[in-house]
Design a binder for this molecule. Structure first.
Ligand code: HEC
Length: 103
């Protein structure tokens, strides 16, 4: 019985980041192939699809949070929308995550 309890709590701990939509994980899985882990867009796919460098303050100033959210949900240029893949909360967390790349 004791054993069972601890297994359940470990399982809960492991599941927690996913349940809360861990932004870093969502980004790494869905976005980093184009936007790069560091937000620069310095990947093969990123260069091909001409993503901008999100560490650049000027690039960050070129779109609003609302525009970023719309791009994430509905897509923009070569980027397809993610509204069927991630929740609205996760998409909003991605906007914050993208903002944090600014140097
Ligand atoms: C297939 C490559 C690709 C993937 C994967 C991708 N993007 Fe993009 N993304 C682009 C391109 C191309 C643009 C348009 C050019 C730009 O603004 O950098 C863009 C634009 C954006 C913008 C700026 C919107 C604006 O109004 O300028 C945000 C924010 C963004 N992507 C976030 C994300 C997030 C978050 C994910 C993952 C959920 C993601 N992207 C996945 C290619 C991609």
């Amino acid at each position: 019985m004791k054993m069972k309890m601890s297994l359940v709590s470990i399982a809960c701990l492991l599941a927690a980041p996913l349940a809360f939509g861990d932004a870093a994980e969502v980004y790494a899985k869905n976005c980093a192939s184009c936007h790069a882990k560091d937000g620069t867009g310095n990947t093969v796919m990123g260069k091909k699809s001409k993503v901008k460098d999100y560490t650049d303050a000027k690039v960050q100033a070129s779109f609003t949070d609302a525009e970023a959210l719309k791009a994430i949900l509905e897509g923009k240029d070569k980027m397809k929308g993610y509204k069927d893949k991630i929740t609205a909360e996760e998409a909003a967390a991605q906007v914050k995550f993208i903002r944090a790349f600014k140097k």
